[in-house]
Design a protein around this ligand. Structure first.
Ligand code: GN1
Length: 345
């Protein structure tokens, strides 16, 4: 089935152009320009290797949008467009699921946070999102990727990849493996806290990285996008992932990282995040923000390294060592954060 036929299934027109958007590492995305209605849309193939049940993703999206619409949420929403026959997704001949999303005009995205103000405003935006989707009665959000935030499993997957990887890959990644192994203790406290029920279950975004915020021309956040990973877990994950993404002074892809952690941005991200959430968070959550940032960066390094050792089957790559560069970048970011936290004691 041609891409155009999929678009026609949603819009009814054949008079359109499709341009690939390559910001994300998981789904396949196009900008669709409908020349009949002069409307623009986002068309996305949901990666079935990652999201085994795409209908969980679309149902969660509907529930979250309803809460944001009814809440006091200051940002814009991305809506799903139904097919002409009234479905939220369309399957192609290969059984892949496609969905169409509204397009917000005049926006820009960043691959890294440009300045302190943008860091603060972005963290505030994510905080406002999390505050709105976490009333006292949680909606029936389903888990889109089982074990996504199961760090015990992330570590055992890594250990399995060490056993199965070919010698070339193991040799290339020797320094990164050494560093990663030396830090294997890091997620243990998180794993224990979760087991003991010390971390409340909340609705989280699951991927609040800088690429998932749309900004206006003055760099003010307009929308928090990509609700695919919205799940029920600890809010420490979102704080950690935001800190991970926003404090990086280099693109995540840059493997020549040295001193890529920005401490000022880290402090600012914490302030912005806590603006709406401080009253809501428990003592354990507030006490463990610094710890969570370290663990989430570490787990991201572990995920990139595991994928590298497995032959890069999960994240899209542009060259064979791409995931190794990403691993280096995260490990250096972690080094910077840990140094800063020690200096700060
Ligand atoms: C993936 O799809 P994208 O690029 O926003 C990944 C995140 C990682 C991120 C690292 C479903 O996010 O968990 O943190 O790459 N999403 C999934 O850049 O695995």
């Amino acid at each position: 089935m041609e891409l155009k036929q999929i678009v026609t299934g949603f819009t009814g027109t054949e008079n359109c152009t499709m341009t690939p958007i390559t910001n994300g590492l998981i789904n396949t995305t196009y900008l669709v320009e409908d020349h009949d209605s002069e409307e623009k849309f986002i068309l996305q193939k949901i990666n079935r290797q990652v999201f085994h049940f795409p209908e969980i993703v679309t149902n969660n999206h509907l529930l979250i949008n309803k809460m944001l619409e009814n809440g006091n949420y200051p940002l814009q929403l991305v809506n799903m467009k139904k097919t002409l026959s009234g479905n939220l997704m369309m399957n192609d001949d290969e059984g892949e699921s496609w969905r169409m999303l509204s397009f917000i005009e005049d926006t820009k995205t960043f691959f890294k946070i440009p300045d302190l103000k943008t860091a603060y405003e972005s963290a505030k935006a994510v905080g406002s999102f999390l505050n709105t989707v976490n009333p006292s009665d949680l909606p029936d959000i389903k888990i889109p990727i089982p074990d996504f935030i199961n760090f015990e499993k992330r570590i055992s997957d890594y250990q399995m990849s060490l056993q199965n990887a070919n010698t070339d890959l193991l040799n290339n990644a020797e320094p990164e493996i050494e560093l990663t192994n030396a830090l294997l203790f890091l997620p243990q406290k998180w794993i224990e806290m979760e087991k003991e029920g010390l971390l409340p279950k909340r609705i989280i975004h699951g991927d609040p990285n800088v690429r998932n915020i749309l900004f206006d021309k003055n760099s003010s956040p307009l929308a928090v996008i990509d609700l695919d990973t919205v799940t029920v877990s600890t809010i420490l994950y979102d704080f950690g992932d935001m800190a991970r993404s926003y404090t990086n002074t280099l693109d995540e892809d840059n493997g020549n990282a040295a001193d890529n952690f920005n401490p000022q941005i880290y402090r600012t991200v914490k302030d912005g995040f806590l603006l709406y959430l401080k009253e809501k968070l428990t003592f354990e959550e507030l006490e463990n923000l610094d710890y969570a940032a370290q663990v989430v960066i570490y787990i991201q390094a572990v995920r990139f390294l595991t994928d590298y050792l497995n032959g890069s089957t999960y994240y899209s790559i542009k060259y064979p060592e791409h995931n190794l560069d990403r691993t280096r970048n995260q490990l250096e970011l972690l080094r910077g954060l840990r140094k800063y936290l020690k200096d700060d004691l």
